[in-house]
Design a protein around this ligand. Structure first.
Ligand code: HEM
Length: 538
């Protein structure tokens, strides 16, 4: 149930609970005055004009007029459910977070989403899926805001507005609505080859999941874990669905979009209602926290790279079960506000430049989307532990803060009741070997390899899966009006695999580009040769 309405300071508000606004026997105004008629406005005579003095008419229409809030700027179309996470206790040697302890049960809320479509768009489009989890832990909320694809389009968050502008509907006609905006999307990804790896996953069956219940989830970035002794390790989070990973084929996806645009949300809600609770195991890939922050030659701060599970197995640390549907879509799924900065002791950020930009973006966008700075007081966002902050006032402030001295230490409000203890400090300061304080706008050299991993992904597919990828590239690129964009993307594919490039070129009726047209030279990652992948020499 939604937690009770309490003051964030713990002070009694004197106000009744408002979690359920349908209380009492009689219909009332929002101010609690009893109504005797909600169907007829007050008029000057039976056929006369409506009177401005009709407060109920004005209040009812005014409230309706303001029912909509802005949809999310990305991931607008989503669906949520409640559940529980149970820790296995297997991570305690690397992470001191209480919710990972053996048998510890933590309530959670999960929101799945598509990225590009608007709130009313269809579910089974080809797109990345969001997989965002809010853990209401004993140590405050931990938000794991991930996707169903383990890598991202860009290596630096400063390009996020650009990649999203390219993928959203074209600004002139707002077409296409729910799939990649073809010319702009392919224009962007063919000129930003760091996107190639993510695009390969999108064009594979992973881009059209059968169900939210059959999707993997990934934290994408590398996080830093801290144990009780203060030792650190680097880690990537993985969700593994107990039902396995399943996808639709493109023809199914197209038909379902027409027949039942709510297919994924219906599937999740029906499964939970019937007691077939979906489950995901949370796992960690662990890496030593070395100054270089690489593992087997793979840069752990580059969000366009995975670490193959053959090199770093995913180690199970707990189980998520979704067991309760929402009772009010707006109050729960729409008003939930995830943020990567919602961390608990034992889990910390790293210097991945995409991660760093996200730390700014979510709080900032929620200021507008949820109208002001008090969105953590909305029931779905409230932590399940006491809150004691010094934030005051602002739009939609529901807390009635006591005292006169919202600063610490103070000598007025009960002396000095709160001093942060050094051992409570949740995060570690890791000494980075910075040669000197320099400001740069460039990427490390290790970010320059854009093709080794897309090729690894391609080579991992079965013949049927490869055929699906070829067909997806052919279909999507076939929607571009600009021939030059198609040709440039073919040149990108030539860097991934010559067969893939040739097959797509055939489908598009275009010549296979010469290797001279390749946009960028690549450096193979040493780790990949260790697991049997070789890089073809030019
Ligand atoms: C929303 C994932 C990168 C900005 C979301 C949501 C997910 C997500 C799952 C939906 C949250 C919900 O259900 O409410 C990711 C992943 C990323 C990524 C996995 C890369 C690894 C970025 C970057 C930025 C960004 C780089 C900006 C610099 C946003 C914004 C929202 C959002 C503004 C809307 C949040 C809201 O209105 O509540 N993202 N995202 N994301 N993301 Fe990201």
């Amino acid at each position: 149930d939604a937690p009770e309405t309490v003051s964030p300071t713990g002070a009694p508000t004197g106000a009744p609970k408002i979690a359920n606004a349908q209380q009492g026997e009689f219909l009332t105004t929002s101010a609690g005055a009893r109504l005797y008629d909600t169907d007829h406005s007050l008029k000057a005579g039976e056929r006369g004009p409506t009177l401005l003095q009709d407060h109920h008419l004005r209040e009812k229409v005014m409230h309706f007029d303001h029912e909509r809030i802005p949809e999310r700027v990305v991931h607008a179309r989503g669906y949520g459910a409640h559940g529980v996470f149970v820790g296995y206790g297997t991570a305690t040697n690397v992470c001191k977070s209480a919710f990972l302890g053996d048998g510890v049960e933590t309530p959670v809320f999960v929101r799945f989403s598509t990225v590009l479509g608007s709130r009313g768009s269809a579910d089974t489009v080809r797109d990345t899926r969001g997989f965002a989890t809010k853990f209401y832990t004993q140590e405050g909320n931990f938000d794991l805001v991930g996707n169903n694809i383990p890598v991202f389009f860009i290596q630096d968050g400063i390009k996020f507005p650009d990649v999203i502008h390219a993928g959203k509907p074209h600004p002139d006609r707002e077409i296409p609505q729910a799939q990649s905006a073809h010319d702009t999307f392919w224009d962007f990804v063919s000129t930003h080859t760091e996107a190639t790896h993510h695009v390969m996953w999108n064009m594979s069956d992973r881009g059209i999941p059968r169900s939210y219940r059959t999707m993997e989830g990934f934290g994408v970035h590398t996080f830093r874990l801290v144990n009780a002794e203060g030792e650190t390790a680097l880690a990537k989070f993985h969700w593994k669905p107990k039902l396995g990973v399943h996808s639709l084929v493109w023809e199914e996806a197209q038909m379902i979009n027409g027949i039942d645009p709510d297919f994924h949300r219906r599937d999740l809600a029906d499964a939970i209602e019937s007691g077939a609770y979906p489950q995901w195991e949370l796992g960690l890939q662990l890496f030593p926290d070395t100054p270089k922050q690489t593992f087997e030659g793979i840069d752990l701060l580059d969000p366009t790279k995975i670490v193959p599970e053959e090199l770093a197995p995913v180690q199970p640390v707990g189980m998520l079960t979704l067991n309760r549907n929402t009772t009010n879509f707006f109050a729960e799924t729409e008003q939930v506000a995830f943020h990567l900065g919602n961390l608990v002791p034992g889990i910390d950020v790293t210097d991945d430049p995409l991660f760093q930009a996200r730390l700014f973006s979510y709080l900032d966008t929620q200021l507008t989307r949820l109208a002001g700075p008090n969105f953590n007081q909305i029931p779905i966002n409230r932590p399940h532990v006491p809150v004691n902050d010094m934030f005051r006032d602002g739009f939609h402030q529901h807390a009635v803060h006591g005292g006169v001295a919202p600063y610490r230490p103070n000598t007025l409000d009960g002396g000095n009741p709160f001093v942060a203890k050094a051992e409570d400090r949740p995060f570690v300061e890791v000494a980075q070997p910075l040669p000197r304080a320099v400001k740069v706008r460039q990427s490390p050299a290790s970010f320059a390899d854009h093709f080794t991993q897309p090729r690894l992904f391609w080579l991992s597919l079965t013949p049927v899966e490869k055929e699906h990828v070829v067909r997806a590239f052919t279909f999507e690129l076939g929607k571009c009006y600009e021939q030059a964009i198609k040709e440039r993307q073919l040149a990108v594919l030539a860097n991934v695999d010559p067969t893939l490039c040739a097959e797509v070129a055939k489908g598009l009726g275009l010549p296979v580009p010469s290797t001279a047209a390749r946009p960028r030279k690549v450096t193979p990652s040493p780790a990949l040769s260790q697991i049997g992948q070789t890089w073809p020499t030019d």
